[in-house]
Design a protein around this ligand. Structure first.
Ligand SMILES: *Cc1c(COP(=O)(O)O)cnc(C)c1O
Length: 331
């Protein structure tokens, strides 16, 4: 089953595998076996989980003869930044539909979008973004361009394949350390990363590996539905009829701290705790909330004893700089 995945074309953006490291201090303190998969360590414009998805998305765009990428996101979007960078690397134009148009300070991801020469279009809210992308595509087509629309977060069937391969990579690395994989815990937003990991586990018949998503804001029901849909979509690209029921997708919603991109004292405290113990930098929108969730679930006895847990560091490196005043306030 894995053969088709290995043969699916991708456009190389990053050097894989990324590092997998033991979190020694946290493992000792919490009496667990914890590893961190460093998908924040990539050579493309500060990296992150969207880079893996974009490798498959760009290959699809090229196969369709497209010359322009259009995508959407919040103005601090990691996905928008990596789409802008991937476009440059591949010799394509990028258009970013961003929201809300609050004239944020140009820094963090937004600064990088501008540095990368992305064309930025602002809309009032996320509700208007899809329509704005369609309008933009029509306009560009009228100018003789061949645009390719990437859904927010790279949450398309091709994007899913990035983390089906990512699962394989994590599994093989842990094996080479003589460890067995029991859980992968990560921040879940659009659900495409989670869908990819679940698909990867299915392709290897490793259904007992727990793929645990920590929601960073969305309603878990919505995320579970999206994950289910994306697993089937990714599988279909591999000519497989494979389905996961939404209720079998594991999503925790207790760690949103008031909603998407809401930054509280506890979130910054987690960033600080992990920085002090492991020298590891988390971001306040995604990875710090996911790590808080992981450690809370350890304390609540959620994980089976003697299990090996991998925390997938999904990136977001520029985000602490985007929200530096808020982070500093709670330091
Ligand atoms: C986009 C993003 C996520 C969420 O990934 P999805 O595939 O959309 O669920 C998690 N962490 C970071 C840093 C991200 O940029």
């Amino acid at each position: 089953m894995i053969g088709r995945l290995l043969l699916t074309p991708k456009y190389k953006l990053i050097t894989l595998p990324t590092p997998l490291e033991k979190a020694a201090k946290l493992s000792e303190e919490y009496d667990i076996n914890l590893y961190v998969k460093r998908d924040d360590v990539m050579e493309l414009a500060f990296g992150g989980n969207k880079a893996r998805k974009l490798e498959y998305i760009l290959a699809d765009a090229f196969s369709k003869g497209c010359d322009t990428l259009i995508t959407r996101g919040a103005y601090h979007s990691n996905h928008a930044r990596l789409t802008a960078a991937a476009a440059r690397k591949a010799g394509l134009e990028a258009y970013l539909v961003l929201y809300p148009p609050i004239e944020p300070k140009v820094r963090g991801n937004l600064l990088l979008d501008k540095l990368l020469g992305a064309n930025i279009v602002y809309v009032e809210s996320s509700k208007e973004a899809n329509e704005a992308m369609e309008r933009l595509a029509k306009k560009l087509e009228g100018e003789g361009k061949k645009p390719y629309i990437i859904p927010g977060g790279g949450a398309s069937p091709h994007g899913v394949l990035g983390y089906a391969m990512g699962f394989l990579e994590i599994f093989q690395q842990l094996r080479s350390f003589g460890e067995k994989l029991d859980y992968i815990v990560h921040a879940t937003g659009t659900g495409a990363t989670q869908a990819g990991l679940i698909l990867g586990a299915k392709l290897l018949s490793l259904d007992d590996v727990g793929i645990v998503g920590i929601s960073v804001g969305r309603d878990p029901k919505e995320v579970k539905g999206e994950v289910s849909r994306l697993v089937s979509g990714g599988a279909k690209l591999l000519n497989l009829d494979l389905n996961v029921e939404p209720e079998d997708v594991i999503v925790f919603s207790d760690y949103t701290f008031g909603g998407y991109a809401t930054i509280t004292r506890e979130v910054v405290a987690t960033m600080k705790n992990i920085a002090l113990k492991e020298g590891l930098i988390l971001d306040p929108v995604y990875t710090a909330k996911a790590m808080y969730g992981l450690l809370d679930l350890v304390e609540k006895g959620y994980f089976k004893s003697d299990s090996t847990i991998v925390f997938l560091h999904t990136g977001g490196t520029p985000i602490p700089f985007q929200y530096s005043e808020l982070v500093e306030e709670y330091l």
